[in-house]
Ligand binder design. Structure first.
Ligand code: PLP
Length: 369
């Protein structure tokens, strides 16, 4: 059986270094907001090419705290609108609603699965304060177009980089392509740790300082609370693991790109739509997502031949019970995507034979009524 993603296989090559990192944290006797967090923040800021990296507890908190900080700074207020793709991952949308801001859904481009820049301007109102481009499946949104629109209308651009660590536009990394960015280091992400973790990156010193206070009970100085903050600190232990994993991120992205290129060149089947790539540097292949009219049938066929696949994602945000208010609205592009997408195993396939087997199955597939 080819598993979709075997996390043990992902982390095992780094086992010795991860154990050493654990020993270091254990022996330091300092487990919260110490040198490991500081070091990782510096390393990741340097990696992204930004001035500030602030470690937080997870990716959802990273995004939530960015909007919370903009509110504390007086730049946004309850009821303001944030533009986001209708096929985004639910966490991107939760980060907006959690702040009493209103997510305004915009249909994605059917080829890139990312927010369609041509549909943004018609949705801008007096209440619009930000665009939240989600770099879905690891491919950058059209940031040139998005930043032009944002500048014209005085909007903030908050990137969701939870799936796109290291993706670049003209050699500039994501996390540095807008006003602020949220990252997740959940175990399955391209830069994944052994638990929950996240970070905010930005070049805005005021925003960085506000988020630093918010994540620690709203306090800059111990026992003095400026904001009604939260506890969303990044653990020393996760930070230590992340410093190990960060060293291998580019190498692992290289492997993802190699397998993706192989898939793109070899999978030839009129019933299967392959992902569109805008440029090599802009895609880090968090997921290799194909589309097929009879997706469930294809998934069952692959399963029968020992290949596990996953659907990212089966239900669009506007069809979720959590967002009942949208349940009757129709977003046809988004719905088509959710009905047809299927993610193939990627990082799992280190050996040529397995890739070859998977490709031959995909070539042979044909829908039979
Ligand atoms: C994973 C993910 C998040 C949330 O990250 P967590 O660390 O799980 O909270 C947000 N946005 C996107 C696009 C994601 O893939």
């Amino acid at each position: 059986m080819v598993q979709f993603l075997d996390l043990l296989k992902v982390n095992q090559p780094h086992a010795d270094e991860l154990r050493k990192a654990f020993e270091r944290v254990l022996n330091s006797g300092w487990y919260i907001l110490g040198n490991e967090v500081k070091n990782f923040e510096n390393e990741f800021a340097h990696y992204c090419g930004v001035q500030h990296c602030i470690g937080v507890a997870n990716g959802l908190d990273a995004l939530t705290l960015i909007f919370r900080a903009y509110k504390e700074l007086g730049l946004m207020t309850d009821g303001d609108e944030v533009l986001v793709a209708s096929n985004a991952y639910i966490a991107s949308i939760l980060a907006i609603s959690a702040n009493n801001l209103v997510p305004v859904l915009i249909e994605p481009n059917i080829d890139t699965y990312n927010i369609d820049p041509l549909l943004i301007e018609e949705k801008i109102t007096l209440k619009t304060k930000a665009i939240l481009p989600v770099h879905l499946y690891g491919q950058l949104c059209d940031m040139a177009a998005i930043n032009t629109i944002a500048q014209k209308h005085g909007l903030k651009v908050v990137e969701d980089c939870a799936q796109s660590h290291g993706a670049q536009l003209n050699s500039k990394k994501c996390g540095n392509l807008g006003d602020a960015a949220g990252f997740s280091f959940y175990p399955t992400k391209n830069l994944g740790t052994l638990g929950d973790a996240g970070a905010v990156t930005t070049n805005d010193s005021k925003l960085a300082e506000t988020i630093r206070a918010l994540l620690n009970y709203g306090s800059h100085v111990k026992y003095q609370n400026v904001y009604k903050g939260v506890n969303s600190r990044l653990d020393e232990l996760q930070a230590a693991f992340l410093s190990v994993k960060l060293k291998y991120l580019d190498e692992e992205t290289g492997i993802r790109r190699k397998i993706a290129t192989y898939y793109l060149n070899e999978i030839k089947n009129p019933e299967i739509i392959l992902p569109e790539v805008t440029s090599e540097e802009s895609h880090v292949w968090h997921l290799f997502v194909i589309r097929c009219k009879n997706r469930d049938n294809l998934q069952a066929f692959l399963q029968k031949h020992g290949i596990q696949t996953v659907v990212h994602y089966p239900i669009p945000p506007h069809k979720q019970l959590a967002y009942r208010e949208w349940n009757k609205v129709c977003y046809p592009v988004s719905e088509k995507i959710h009905n047809e997408v299927l993610s193939l195993p990627l990082i799992e396939l280190f050996d040529h034979l397995t890739v070859q087997n998977l490709i031959s199955r995909l070539k042979a597939y044909k829908y039979k009524q």
